[in-house]
Write a protein that binds this ligand. Structure first.
Ligand SMILES: [Ca+2]
Ligand SMILES: [Ca+2]
Length: 253
């Protein structure tokens, strides 16, 4: 009886030991599993960080690209502006010389009585350098220049760049231009403000009297906003033209 009890007790001990052993084994297995899982997560995180770094480098490289492109553009613009400035300086210098020469030439025509006054002053009087017609005076320029300087010159001598208003004025201008064998010349009409809207350059009123050449106005190169009268053909007519070429011009007052 006593033996049986010992055997039973031992069996219980063995059974408990086995159960304990199994539990411990399961626990270790689970811990290992968890560890592997954790490691997997860690690897994923590391990979994600590597990817992120790669992306950041890509973005940084792209930004560097954009930056260098902008720098290139900036440099190009600066060069362009510098070039324009240079051209403007040369243009202004040339224009100023022509301007002075023209005034000097006119000065020579001034009578002895008016010799003391300036050429511009004499021109303002509408006696010298002007052709008088029907209560108006017309000055046919002695030099060629761009449209803007022509506007300014006419203003300097007390008039404005001619705005041909009707058939009789147009006939008269043609007559004098033919007598003078006058070359192509600017008149005070422009669509600089709005493409195709032809305005008088001084008053900015609408110019209704327009004697266009065949196929004109064509706004050639999208850059023809000033009107010149073509005299090279038998029939005089208007052509929309570039504003920055050197052409003769006619002032009126
Ligand atoms: Ca135009
Ligand atoms: Ca044209």
């Amino acid at each position: 009886m006593e033996n049986l009890f010992v055997i039973l007790l031992l069996s219980v001990v063995v059974l408990l030991s086995a159960l304990y052993g199994y539990t411990v084994e399961q626990k270790i297995k689970k811990e290992i599993k968890d560890e592997i899982k954790e490691e997997g997560e860690f690897v994923k995180l590391v990979n994600a960080e590597i990817e992120l770094k790669k992306e950041m480098k890509k973005v940084k490289d792209e930004l560097e690209d954009v930056k260098s492109q902008l720098q290139e553009k900036d440099k190009a613009y600066r060069n362009e502006i510098y070039q324009i400035k240079q051209n403007m300086t040369v243009l202004l210098k040339e224009t100023s010389i022509r301007y002075d020469n023209a005034l000097q030439d006119l000065k020579k025509e001034i009578t002895s009585k008016e010799k003391t006054s300036t050429a511009a002053g004499a021109l303002r009087s509408c006696n010298i350098g002007w052709i008088r017609e029907n209560n108006s005076c017309y000055h046919f320029s002695r030099f060629a220049t761009n449209f803007y300087t022509a506007l300014s010159f006419c203003k300097t001598i007390g008039g404005k760049l001619i705005e041909i208003d009707d058939q009789s004025e147009w006939d008269m201008i043609q007559r004098h231009a033919k007598n003078l064998s006058f070359p192509d010349f600017y008149i005070g009409v422009t669509d600089l403000f709005s493409e195709g809207d032809w305005l008088k350059a001084t008053t900015l009123e609408r110019q209704n009297y327009l004697i266009w050449m065949n196929m004109q106005p064509d706004n050639f190169n999208n850059n023809q906003h000033c009107v010149q009268v073509r005299t090279s053909q038998m029939v005089f007519s208007f052509n929309d033209f570039f504003c920055d070429y050197d052409r003769h011009f006619v002032c009126e007052k």
